[in-house]
Design a protein around this ligand. Structure first.
Ligand SMILES: Cc1ncc(COP(=O)(O)O)c(C=O)c1O
Length: 392
């Protein structure tokens, strides 16, 4: 019997990530000491509060049933967190939906909301599930270019009227992945007005809300006047509390959109393991003492890497946020060749910008997921690589 994949699966690009992972594994097997700066998985541990809470509740055999949905306590904890951190009022009963990581919401929102023929406005470059979720839903992607000369913000006026007429959803993320740029309040205000005018729901992905550096303000889209009328925000415990493997996140905001997504999810999952929900509540209602310390760690890592790269003559822009540096590559390379040659010749793994969309060409994404000493070593290896002029 021949088993074939669906046409939708055929349409989903996995090429570059897959090729990069295989090449990395090959090199590791050959004994190469690969410095892996390609995957955005936090390397730092969660606080003892998290591990102790999971251990406590996991030892009770009564906690192993389906939870079906998020607990009321979890929604209240999210509401508390949003008030404390972003001064946003969220009604726990109506405006919070627990997600199995924000990826759960990102991959299902389009399926819950859009129909074939509808457009979804997606940042280019953008986190891959944004576009993939639209393809899975059988709808049309309209890539909004994020260009350096525009501060990596989309130019809303450039979106054609015929696209706007069919657009149902716009996805934004500030600070985002791979582009760590921040949006200011006037931009978000403009987005709210634009969304109202064109009746487009806005999904703001705020997964890196607690990795914002140099005392830049942490602006939740939900804190902008009128945002709840037009939008929802996804957030996560993954990066904020180093709980990525726990798979727990949430959506907040527009009640109608939340209830549509909840209805969709009721068909496909049975809730998150209670000990994880309990640990998330503990983290969300904690004193947040370790958040500032973590920001300092990432700032130091960023500075170490950027200084090291600048010494090589490769002038890379510093990141205002996230666990990524979005580095414009030297002239003469494609981002694919740069990343693969760097891996082969220097044993440093980074992701070619083209993996995130056409406008990612000319950049690579470097994840700050190793200690500063390792990042300094990576910068040293990159210096040697550039000096040798391999492949140019
Ligand atoms: C921008 C962005 N959004 C969402 C996610 C998904 O995170 P999670 O599903 O762990 O909440 C990631 C993960 O790397 C991300 O970079």
């Amino acid at each position: 019997m021949k088993i074939t994949q669906s046409t939708i699966l055929e349409k989903l690009p996995s090429g570059i990530f897959h090729a990069l992972a295989s090449r990395k594994q090959e090199l590791i097997k050959q004994g190469v000491d690969v410095i892996d700066l390609s995957v955005g998985s936090p390397d730092l541990p969660p606080s003892p509060l998290v591990t102790e809470t999971i251990a406590k509740y996991a030892s009770d055999p009564m906690n192993y049933g389906y939870t079906l949905t998020g607990t009321a306590e979890f929604s209240e904890a999210v509401s508390y967190f949003y008030k404390q951190r972003y001064n946003v009022d969220i009604i726990a009963e109506k405006e919070v939906l627990q997600l199995m990581g924000s990826q759960d919401g990102l991959s299902h929102l389009a399926l819950a909301l859009v129909n074939p023929g509808d457009y979804v406005l997606v940042p280019d470059p953008g986190y891959p599930i944004y576009e993939a979720s639209v393809t899975i839903a059988g709808a049309e992607v309209y890539p909004m270019p994020l260009l350096e000369e525009n501060g990596f913000l989309p130019v809303l006026e450039d979106i054609p009227a015929e696209v706007l007429a069919k657009a149902k959803l716009m996805i934004l993320s500030y600070p985002g992945n791979p582009v760590p740029a921040l949006a200011d309040r006037p931009f978000f205000e403009k987005v709210v007005a634009f969304a109202k005018e064109h009746e487009i729901l806005v999904l703001h992905d705020f997964a890196y809300s607690e990795l914002i550096f140099d005392s830049h303000p942490q602006i939740s889209f939900m804190s902008v006047e009128g945002a709840k009328e037009v939008g929802i925000e996804f957030n996560s415990l993954s990066k904020t509390f180093n709980m990525a493997g726990c798979r727990i996140g949430y959506a907040v905001g527009n009640e109608q959109a939340i209830s549509i997504l909840a209805a969709f999810k009721s068909h496909i999952d049975y809730g998150i393991f209670l000990p994880i929900q309990k640990a998330a509540v503990a983290a969300l209602t904690s004193d947040y003492a370790d958040l500032a310390g973590r920001v300092k760690i990432y700032e130091h890592r960023r500075d170490t890497l950027i200084e090291g790269l600048n010494q090589s003559g490769w002038q890379v822009q510093s990141s205002p946020a996230t666990m990524f540096v979005w580095a414009k590559i030297p002239e003469g390379w494609t981002s694919h060749d740069f990343a693969f040659q760097l891996l082969d010749n220097a044993g440093v793994a980074v992701v070619p910008g083209s993996a995130f969309g056409n406008k990612g060409e000319g950049y690579v994404r470097i994840a700050l997921v190793q200690p500063a000493e390792r990042l300094a070593e990576a910068a040293g290896r990159i210096r040697e690589f550039l000096k040798a002029g391999v492949g140019v």
